[in-house]
Design a binder for this molecule. Structure first.
Ligand SMILES: Cc1cc2nc3c(=O)[nH]c(=O)nc-3n(C[C@H](O)[C@H](O)[C@H](O)COP(=O)(O)OP(=O)(O)OC[C@H]3O[C@@H](n4cnc5c(N)ncnc54)[C@H](O)[C@@H]3O)c2cc1C
Length: 284
């Protein structure tokens, strides 16, 4: 299998700053993320604190970032990373379709601001999960509920409906939902996940769903779920001044390392992470 020098998880300002700095030093880089780079960047109405770009719209800054990476021949792998395992000399990076290998990893997946559902933490691993396609075989002929925070969750629901006996889809956003006939759309608000030792029901405002599993699908999963063994403090990845995490060879940058949640802080950290990762590649 082709092994990358550096895998960057996230295509926001932090991930892209890492990518351009690693690429400048001729390192083989792969960036995982989304084709629109960062939803937060696209949504920002007006940015006054990004040096050199006073008053720029988020979408305009995103286009400038896109032009920059295009000019440097950096492409985004438009896939979600589900798990990263430290294998000693390298990292194994799992997506729903493929597995990748990289010597160093930079985590730049932003920060998820929505609160966990009641019961989500309690039943994690006992019926609650963050990757429907990864756990699909466990739910063969069972009832599954997906609480989807973005459009990508729809395809996970469609995929699961081929295996599960029943799939409910509870959208947490407004859109046209592209679901197969087998998936039942439930337009209601989740209140609590309940059960004895494992998930039995999802209580919503208007109804209750009997279900064996609940998948909570957001833009990014909690970092400690993504990388087993990663040290996290108050929901943020713990890093030192070199942006090193507690796992050798694994760095983090941007909103995922803590406040302030800002562009300049994110790109600065992305740069520091990449330069340190590159240095380690040269000296080892
Ligand atoms: C409306 C709004 C206005 C803002 N205005 C300003 C402002 O004026 N000035 C300012 O400095 N900051 C502003 N911010 C904050 C700024 O957007 C963030 O600080 C910045 O985007 C953080 O960059 P990041 O690279 O850390 O993460 P993000 O921009 O969140 O990018 C992370 C990327 O990683 C991807 N990702 C996550 N998990 C995975 C995974 N498992 N696999 C693959 N990809 C993954 C996400 O989909 C996303 O594309 C604003 C934010 C919002 C929402």
């Amino acid at each position: 299998m082709e092994r990358y020098d550096i895998a960057i998880i996230g295509s926001g300002p932090a991930g892209l700053a890492s990518a351009i700095n690693a690429k400048t030093r001729n390192r083989k880089v792969i960036v995982f993320g989304s084709s629109d780079l960062s939803k937060k960047l696209t949504l920002a109405p007006k940015i006054d604190n990004y040096l050199g770009f006073y008053g720029i719209k988020g979408a305009e800054l995103r286009d400038k970032f896109k032009e920059h990476i295009d000019n440097m021949g950096i492409q985004i792998e438009n896939v979600k990373v589900n798990n990263i395992y430290a294998m000693g000399e390298y990292f194994s990076i799992m997506t729903s379709g493929d597995t990748y290998e990289a010597t160093k990893v930079i985590l730049a997946m932003g920060m998820e601001h929505t609160k966990p559902l009641n019961g989500e933490d309690k039943f994690l691993g006992r019926g609650v999960g963050y990757c429907a396609t990864c756990d699909a075989p466990l739910y063969k002929n069972k009832v599954v509920t997906i609480v989807g925070y973005n459009k990508e969750a729809e395809s996970e629901a469609n995929y699961l409906s081929e295996l599960a006996s029943k799939v409910y889809y509870v959208p947490m956003y407004r859109d046209d939902y592209e679901l197969t006939q087998e998936v039942e759309l439930v337009k209601d608000t989740p209140v609590e996940i309940v059960g004895q030792n494992k998930v039995e029901k999802l209580k919503l405002k208007l109804r209750e769903l009997e279900t064996d599993g609940v998948f909570v699908l957001k833009d990014s999963a909690p970092p400690e779920q993504l990388v087993p063994g990663l040290e996290v403090e108050d929901g943020h990845i713990k890093v030192n001044r070199k942006m090193e995490t507690n796992i050798e060879g694994c760095y983090a940058a941007g909103d995922c390392t803590g406040r302030p949640y800002q562009y300049m802080k994110s790109v600065g950290e992305g740069q520091v992470a990449a330069l340190n990762a590159v240095e380690k590649l040269y000296t080892k």
